[in-house]
Design a protein around this ligand. Structure first.
Ligand SMILES: *Cc1c(COP(=O)(O)O)cnc(C)c1O
Length: 350
């Protein structure tokens, strides 16, 4: 069995920060949450979470939804009409990992930008804008992802975002923040969530990533936007009933799992540092909890390394012939990181 762990010990799972299990305290919070029927706006725990998220972003209202993908797609559908075009980076989650939903659900085309580590500038947005002419799609929405997942968990600074947003709004575009890991961005940059969010018309947050909840995301915006978003949430099948049991996990995560993200960032930085001790491993810059690295051609392939790690009870993802990814989260300790690094380093002679 080459692709199974060789012993029954605990697995160090670095495939993603979505693999976390709810902690005992989180489970207790879920079990004791007061519940209602959220489609009647009756669930006090959902209402409390939505008010809290709106407040966190400094926006008028927020909506609890089942996933980050649905949060983004509700936002896209709410801002656009079929035939509109979305401007975003070619590494963005909405383009790469949401099953073509902007085209399928909202009838939108996407204008893809280049730029280092998933980021772009106001000049890029200006150059991508379509002239007003019956031949062209209507440029409607610009989407920024912070942190940028495929860009290496990279962090936009507030001033980079302010620059893009100022221009985008001058050009008549709406601004959406894919904030699946916005708390990672805030912890890494020391920027307040509101200072990021004020540059956007809508924003999302995922509770099921590094924040450690089992399920759930939210989307925030002004009242008119949220009224429209609520309608599309229903249409997409994402309106839920006693969803307070899930919102309770999200509330618990916001109470207890934000400050500790810095531990994940330290662990990721340690892994990046260890791996770069070997010149045959090329490690991308690591800013938050995601580490991408490439093995040199003569240092074996990424799938071989993934299999070797798994035999040693460590899971990472091979994302290309030579490329691997490791993501830290609340179940990963400093010792786990040292162990994972040792397995990789001992199998690649310098
Ligand atoms: C994970 C993620 C999402 C949403 O993912 P779901 O699995 O649908 O919750 C959106 N954007 C980014 C950047 C992500 O990393």
């Amino acid at each position: 069995m080459p692709n199974q762990p060789e012993s029954d010990g605990p697995i160090i799972d670095l495939r993603s920060d979505t693999v976390t299990q709810p902690t005992d305290a989180m489970r207790e919070a879920m079990m004791s949450a007061p519940l209602g029927d959220d489609i009647f706006s009756d669930d006090p725990t959902v209402n409390a979470l939505q008010d809290r998220v709106a407040d966190l972003f400094g926006m008028e209202a927020a909506l609890f939804v089942p996933s980050g993908t649905m949060a983004n797609q509700i936002a896209i559908r709410s801002h656009t009409e079929p035939g509109d075009e979305i401007i975003c980076h070619h590494l963005s989650h909405i383009y790469l990992y949401e099953a073509g939903a902007p085209a399928a659900i909202s009838g939108c085309s996407m204008r893809l930008l280049d730029g280092d580590r998933g980021m772009f500038t106001s000049d890029d947005v200006r150059a991508a804008l379509r002239p007003v002419d019956q031949h062209f799609p209507i440029s409607r929405l610009c989407v920024i992802e912070n942190t940028q997942n495929r860009g290496g968990g990279s962090v936009w600074s507030e001033s980079q975002i302010a620059d893009v947003s100022r221009t985008a709004r001058e050009l008549g575009l709406k601004m959406h923040l894919d904030g699946a890991r916005i708390m990672n961005a805030c912890v890494a940059s020391g920027t307040n969530v509101k200072d990021y969010a004020k540059h956007f018309d809508s924003a999302t947050i995922c509770f099921s990533k590094g924040l450690g909840a089992p399920v759930g995301s939210a989307v925030a915006g002004d009242m008119t936007f949220i009224d429209r978003a609520r309608r599309f949430r229903k249409m997409f099948g994402g309106a839920m009933r006693q969803s307070g049991i899930l919102a309770a996990a999200a509330n618990h995560a916001l109470d207890h799992h934000v400050d500790r993200l810095k531990v994940d960032h330290e662990n990721a930085a340690t892994l990046a540092r260890r791996l770069s001790e070997n010149p045959r491993i090329k490690v991308d810059p690591c800013e938050t909890n995601i580490v991408y690295f490439d093995l040199e051609e003569n240092a074996g392939t990424a799938p071989e390394m993934e299999a070797k790690l798994l035999r040693n009870n460590v899971r990472m993802l091979a994302l290309g012939p030579q490329r691997l990814r490791a993501v830290t989260h609340l179940h990963i300790t400093r010792d786990d990181i040292e162990r994972a690094a040792a397995i990789i380093l001992e199998s690649i002679p310098k």
